[in-house]
Design a protein around this ligand. Sequence first.
Ligand code: MLT
Length: 273
Amino acid sequence: MHLTFTLHGQPYHYYQAGQTGPILLMVHGFPLSHLQWQPQIDYFQKQCRVVVPDLRGLGKSNSGTDPNLTISMEDHADDLIALLDHLQITEPVILMGLSMGGYIAWQMLRKYASRIKSLVMCHTRVIADTPEQSQARIKLAAETCQKQTAQLVEDVMFPRILPPHAPASLVELLRKMSRTTTPEGLAANLRGIASRQASDDLLPKINMPALVISGEFDAISSPQEMGDWARKMANHRFIAIPGVSHLSPLEAPDLFNRHLEEALPWLTGPKNC
Ligand code: MLT
């Protein structure tokens, strides 16, 4: 079911399905929306209650018209807690984040660890941007607002996140997501990603189950890099999905779902952090 509630004076859009089982909160990447998780929504709603937001400024969750807005990873973490509170969900959730969704998950852990039962970290990083990467994103944000188009973001991001020779249907789906978003929302999120802090200090303190999923050909978060930080968490499982790039939930949905389903009893077990 597609739903909205008002947050910061704007509609915050989310999808919810499933009545029973653990709560699976799925947090998408940039410049995407809840549609990035469609194969997981379809599959897991039979065994979980799935809650899948469009993050503020992305998809159908509007962030207003301020061309200089920054939406930080911490702002998104606060929004997700507001969403759980709105839904009266007090039980700790399984928090699944992909890429930017993972950057947000680190902030959720920092501020709201008691609301999280376990983690599924997909294609994500613990380090901050280099100064060059950060400056490039800030420049892209300004140009996106000035030219009032998603095209510039697509030109930069799609080659980084799509697999080589991506099927036309996947490119179209990504375009659908970025074009539902306003240029101001894209820019505000670019600034937020650019200003994020490193989160590696958290790793030795994380004792809850953490499933870490990487892709063999991921150019943003390589399996080597992800394996190195995954091993710093006491209770982790690490998977490198062969043949995929940055978007395994869409590129290899059956395999992704199988790995997640196999891990569900462990992720759902008693909270042990
Ligand atoms: C994402 O998929 O969320 C982005 O690739 C994150 C990034 O560019 O660092």
